[in-house]
Each structure stands twice: as structure tokens, then as C-alpha cells.
Design a protein around this ligand. Structure first.
Ligand code: G3D
Ligand code: MG
Length: 319
């Protein structure tokens, strides 16, 4: 199917097909940082780009999500009708502003309002990008120009975030917000927590397994850390023995240990101290659910396989 047809498919058609991809339109003036943001989030191995008939559209796919990136401004009639259609059919909308490009704030504001006028349902993630730059506008400077009044009045789901695609600051958190609005957590392409390894205990304290990821050199570096983590888990299990559900986040050297306990099991994930722990918590909870499901079906599964299969971007792989 051509890109044009795919983008202009009617809403009705979408509702009728369960396996339909969710599409996210990522728009903003050229140079705002859209391509950088998508690449940073999806990482190159999961990207499929399809340049389309001379119009600057990039399409990226990741599982059940499709990201369509489009430069706004300088419209020709063809571009105009194309982008109207694809914004109208988008399930999620991301608007990227170059917060240091103050000369074009008015133009960006007009384009933002136009995008909103084409789609009155999709949740909106507004990214004020490039905050690492010295002359980046503060939030109130942006809000003077960009009007969120309509979004508030209509109780539209939206999220305003200041971030830097360059440093990654705040980027993954805001992306989590959008993808949680749009899809099953298993399909979330929010990533880069790089799980370094995990612990798996029975909730009464029996150790089932501990696995370290990475090359042998990294693993041997992490052995001590994992020993400390194990001690922390045993403490946690003792403290929480009266509770069916408990969770905590611990600092172990320069790593974070996310510990989640349910009725049967305790799962501990180790991630870097700078990685988004909320994401690791979400993953641990999902792993619990998957373990539960498989034990109900009497099928044997292993956490490592689950992580590799469902969280390929979160899995720590050394080059
Ligand atoms: P676009 O896809 O919206 O047109 P790009 O924008 O992603 O191509 O980014 C345009 C330029 O801005 C790129 O620089 C890119 O590296 C830079 N950029 C993107 N995000 C940030 C950020 O958060 N901070 C800073 N400082 N720069 C950023 P080049 O030099 O390649 O044109
Ligand atoms: Mg681009």
C-alpha cells in the first residue's frame, strides 16, 4: 500500500482491524530536532526509513508503532494536503520546538495550532528541545508564544516537556508518557535502561537464579556488585515477608537495583544509575505478570528469554 493511502485510511477502517499499527506523527519546523529524537529513541538497529517521493517524510517502524516524521513550514499545496491527512489519522502527536530558535517561535506557534486543528483527539507530547543550548528559552518564554489554553479547555491529554535530544535529558520519560497513552507496555519503544542483569528469588527466600549480562570482562567487574545486590535482596525479603506485594529501589555502587516482590516471586533488575528507574520498575512488573501466566499454564520460561524477547532495546548488549 502506498504511504499516502496508508496515512489517509479512514478511522473506521482502523477500528476494525485489531492488529493495526498505531501511528505517531512527529512534526515541527525543520531543524527542531525531530530526526535526532526518533533516532535516539529507536536506535539504529530498529529503524526502517522510507524516503517518499520528494516530500520530506521519514517513516520508522518499531513493533506495533509507526513513527512518521514531517517537517512543517514552507508548505506547497501537495505537502499541505499530505500533512493534513497524516496528522488527522495519527494516534499520537509529537510537536518538537527548537527552544533556541526564538526568531521562528511565531511560525512554530502557527504550525502547532494548525496541527491541533487537524486532530482533536490524539494525545500530544510537546517537546521544547535543545535545552542544553545557552540561549534556550525557559518554559515561561515558550508558554508566552505557544498557547495551551485550548488543550486545557478541551481536557485534551497533553504533556509539555523540556528536553535535549543531544544529552537525552528528560527525553525517555516524556516518551514513556506518550507510549503508555498509546499502546500495550510490551510494545513500548521507550528504552535504553540497559538491564545489566537480574535476580530471581522465590518470595519465601529461595534463590532461583542470578544472571549477569555483558561480556566476561564486564561480568567479572560486576560480580562484587551483584553480591551486594544479593545481600540487599535477602534483607528485603526478610523485611517484607508479611507483605504480598512490595517494591523498592536501591542504590548499589553506581547502579540501581529495582526490586519487585509479588505473592510468588521476587525479581531484581540492575540498571545504570542514570537510567530511568521508572521504566525498569515497569519492566520488572511485566516480567512478574509473564512469569505468573506461564506458571498458570505450566510452561517453563526463563527471565532472560523474556527480557530478550520483549525488551530487546532494554537488554544490555556490549559492542
Ligand atoms: P529535524 O529532523 O527536525 O529537521 P534534526 O532536525 O534532527 O535534523 O536536527 C537539526 C540539528 O539540530 C542537528 O544538527 C542536530 O544534531 C541538532 N540537534 C537536535 N537536537 C538537539 C539538542 O537537543 N541539542 C542540540 N544542541 N542540538 C540538537 P546538525 O548540525 O547536524 O544540523
Ligand atoms: Mg529531519
Amino acid at each position: 500500500m502506498s504511504l499516502f493511502k496508508r496515512l489517509t485510511k479512514s478511522k473506521k477502517e482502523k477500528e476494525n482491524s485489531d492488529d493495526e499499527k498505531k501511528s505517531v506523527a512527529i512534526v515541527g519546523l525543520d531543524g527542531a530536532g525531530k530526526t535526532t529524537i526518533v533516532k535516539r529513541i529507536l536506535r539504529s538497529e530498529f529503524i526502517l526509513t522510507r524516503p517518499t517521493f520528494g516530500v520530506n517524510i521519514e517513516v520508522y517502524n518499531y513493533r506495533s508503532l509507526e513513527f512518521v516524521v514531517y517537517d512543517l513550514g514552507g508548505q506547497t499545496p501537495l505537502r499541505e494536503s499530505l500533512w493534513e491527512k497524516f496528522i488527522t489519522s495519527a494516534d499520537g502527536l509529537v510537536f518538537v520546538l527548537d527552544s533556541a530558535d526564538k526568531d521562528r517561535f511565531e511560525l512554530a506557534s502557527d504550525e502547532f495550532n494548525r496541527a491541533l486543528s487537524y486532530n482533536d483527539k490524539a494525545p500530544i507530547l510537546f517537546i521544547s528541545n535543545k535545552i542544553d543550548l545557552e540561549n534556550a528559552a525557559a518554559t515561561d518564554e515558550v508558554l508566552e508564544i505557544i498557547d495551551f489554553g485550548e488543550l486545557i479547555r478541551t481536557q485534551r491529554k497533553y504533556n509539555f516537556t523540556r528536553c535535549s535530544a543531544l544529552t537525552g535529558a528528560q527525553l525517555f520519560e516524556s516518551w514513556d508518557w506518550l507510549t503508555l497513552e498509546l499502546c500495550e507496555d510490551e510494545d513500548m519503544p521507550t528504552n535504553n535502561v540497559k538491564i545489566q542483569g537480574y535476580y530471581f528469588f522465590k518470595s519465601e527466600g529461595m534463590e532461583v537464579e542470578t544472571t549477569l549480562f555483558g561480556k566476561p570482562k564486564t561480568q567479572s567487574k560486576n560480580v562484587e556488585l551483584f553480591k551486594k545486590g544479593r545481600t540487599e535482596i535477602i534483607k528485603f525479603i526478610k523485611q517484607m515477608s508479611g507483605f504480598e506485594i512490595a517494591e523498592t529501589l536501591l542504590q548499589v555502587d553506581d547502579k540501581q537495583l529495582v526490586l519487585i516482590k509479588n505473592k510468588q516471586n521476587v525479581i531484581g533488575l540492575v540498571v545504570d544509575e542514570l537510567d530511568p528507574a521508572a521504566r525498569a520498575v515497569q519492566i520488572a512488573k511485566n516480567l512478574h505478570k509473564k512469569m505468573e501466566r506461564s506458571s498458570n499454564n505450566h510452561t517453563a520460561v526463563n527471565i532472560k528469554d523474556l527480557i530478550e524477547k520483549h525488551y530487546p532495546l532494554d537488554f544490555f548488549r556490549e559492542k
